[in-house]
Design a protein around this ligand. Structure first.
Ligand code: ZN
Length: 378
C-alpha cells in the first residue's frame, strides 16, 4: 500500500513514522472554540486549574466530550500524529467516559492510550474509587485491542489521599499497567507533598508504591536531578510539555536530562508534534539549556519508544515504531499528504478517510456553545 501511496504523491514525498503525543487531554478539544475567559485573571498555576480547566472538566457531559475527542483526534491525524496518550477527567461523567474517547479514536482510526485521572477534588474518596474503577474496566477490556490500551490514572499527588495513591499502585500492579499522573508540574505540588511529610510528590508516589513499571510522570518541572533519577530507576517515563509549561509559566524543567526515558507531549495543546518540538527548541534556547536542545530528537524518539512499550511492538530508534504500521507520507516539514495507522489508511490527500473535518468542526462548535452555558461558577 505504501508503494501505491508514494506513486500517487508529490514526487518530493517521503515516508516517516507517525507522530506520538505522550501526554495530552482530549477533553480540552473544544476550548479553542470560544471558551469564555475566566471571571478573573489566575494568579497562580492552581488558580489556572480552578478558574479554567476544573470548570471545563466539571461541565463535560457525554455529548460534549464526544465532540471534543472527535475534533482533537481528527486534527491530530491531519497533523500526522497517529498515537495519543490521553489523561482524562470528566467528574460529572466518569463511568463509561473512556469508552467515548476510544470510540472516537476508533471511528477515525487513531491509536489511543487512555487513563482516567482519579482525584478527590470534587467528591472525595468515592470520586477517586469511581475513577480507578473506570480505569480497571477499560484496561481489562482492551488488553489485546489492536489500537487501544488503558492505564491507571491519578490527577496529581496534591488532589489525592495516601489511600487513593496506594490503591492506584495496587491496581496498576494487579493489571500489569503503569500509572499516568501529573507530577511536580508547579511548585505547589512539591509544597503539598512536603506538608504531608514527604520530600516531594515523586517521593510520595514511590513511598506509597503508586508508580508500577511503565508509569507516566507528566511534567516533572520541579523535580531535581536526584528525583528524576529515582523516577528512571522505578521504570517510569517522564513527559515534557514545553508549550503548556511556557503558557502556564510554571518554570523550566532543569533536570529531565538525568533520565533516559523522557518523551514529548502537548498537554492539551493541538497534537502537532513538529510545533511542540519547535517550542521545545525555542524555550530551551531562551533558558540557555543546551542539554535540552541536544535532547530534542531524543524526546520525540522517546515518545515512540513509550508507544512501542505500551503496545508491545518492536522499536527501532532508526525507523521509529515500524512494526506498528503507523506512517505518514508527505513532504518534509509540511502537513502529511497520507496517514496510515496500523496498516489502515486514515488520511488521504490531506483529508480524513472516514469523516469530514468541516462537519466535525461544525458539530464541535454547536457542542462548545452548549458547553459554555454549563460552566459552573468559579
Ligand atoms: Zn496534563
Amino acid at each position: 500500500m505504501i508503494d501505491d501511496l508514494l506513486t500517487a504523491s508529490d514526487p518530493r514525498a517521503e515516508v516517516r513514522a507517525g507522530g506520538v503525543n505522550a501526554h495530552t487531554h482530549l477533553y480540552s478539544g473544544l476550548a479553542p472554540l470560544g471558551m469564555p475567559s475566566p471571571p478573573r485573571t489566575p494568579r497562580s498555576f492552581v488558580e489556572i486549574l480552578e478558574l479554567v480547566w476544573w470548570r471545563l472538566d466539571r461541565a463535560l457531559d457525554e455529548a460534549a466530550l464526544r465532540a471534543s475527542a472527535r475534533l482533537y483526534v481528527a486534527e491530530a491525524l491531519l497533523a500526522g500524529t497517529t498515537t495519543l496518550i490521553d489523561h482524562h477527567e470528566s467528574p460529572a461523567f466518569i463511568d463509561g467516559s473512556l469508552d467515548v474517547l476510544a470510540e472516537e479514536a476508533e471511528r477515525l482510526g487513531a491509536r489511543l492510550v487512555v487513563a482516567y485521572g482519579a482525584t478527590e477534588r470534587n467528591g472525595g474518596r468515592e470520586e477517586a474509587k469511581r475513577g480507578l474503577r473506570e480505569c480497571e474496566r477499560f484496561v481489562s477490556l482492551h488488553r489485546k485491542s489492536p489500537r487501544l490500551r488503558g492505564m491507571v490514572g491519578l490527577h496529581a499527588s496534591f488532589t489525592v489521599s495516601d489511600d487513593t495513591l496506594r490503591e492506584a499502585g495496587e491496581l496498576g500492579r494487579a493489571l500489569g499497567v503503569g500509572v499516568h499522573v501529573h507530577v511536580a508540574e508547579a511548585k505547589a505540588d512539591v509544597e503539598d507533598a512536603r506538608k504531608r511529610g514527604y520530600d516531594g510528590p515523586l517521593e510520595r508516589l514511590l513511598a506509597l508504591d503508586a508508580l508500577p513499571p511503565t508509569s507516566i510522570v507528566a511534567h516533572g518541572v520541579w523535580l531535581d536531578e536526584a528525583s528524576v533519577r529515582r523516577a528512571d530507576a522505578a521504570g517510569a517515563w517522564l513527559v515534557q510539555n514545553p508549550r503548556s509549561n511556557a503558557n502556564n509559566r510554571v518554570g523550566w524543567p532543569r533536570a529531565l536530562w538525568a533520565s533516559e526515558h523522557v518523551a514529548l507531549g502537548t498537554d492539551g495543546f493541538p497534537a502537532d508534534m513538529a510545533a511542540e518540538a519547535s517550542s521545545l527548541a525555542q524555550e530551551a534556547a531562551k533558558q540557555g539549556d543546551t542539554r535540552d536542545l541536544a535532547a530534542l530528537h531524543a524526546r520525540r524518539l522517546g515518545a515512540h519508544a513509550l508507544c512501542a512499550t505500551l503496545f508491545g511492538t518492536r522499536f527501532d530508534a532508526s525507523i521509529g515504531p515500524g512494526s506498528a504500521g503507523d506512517v505518514v507520507v508527505g513532504v518534509a516539514d509540511a502537513k502529511p499528504q497520507h496517514v496510515v495507522v496500523g496498516g489502515h489508511l486514515v488520511v488521504r490527500d490531506h483529508a480524513l478517510v472516514r469523516d469530514d473535518l468541516a462537519a466535525i468542526r461544525a458539530h464541535a462548535r454547536e457542542q462548545a456553545t452548549r458547553l459554555w452555558t454549563r460552566l459552573p461558577p468559579a
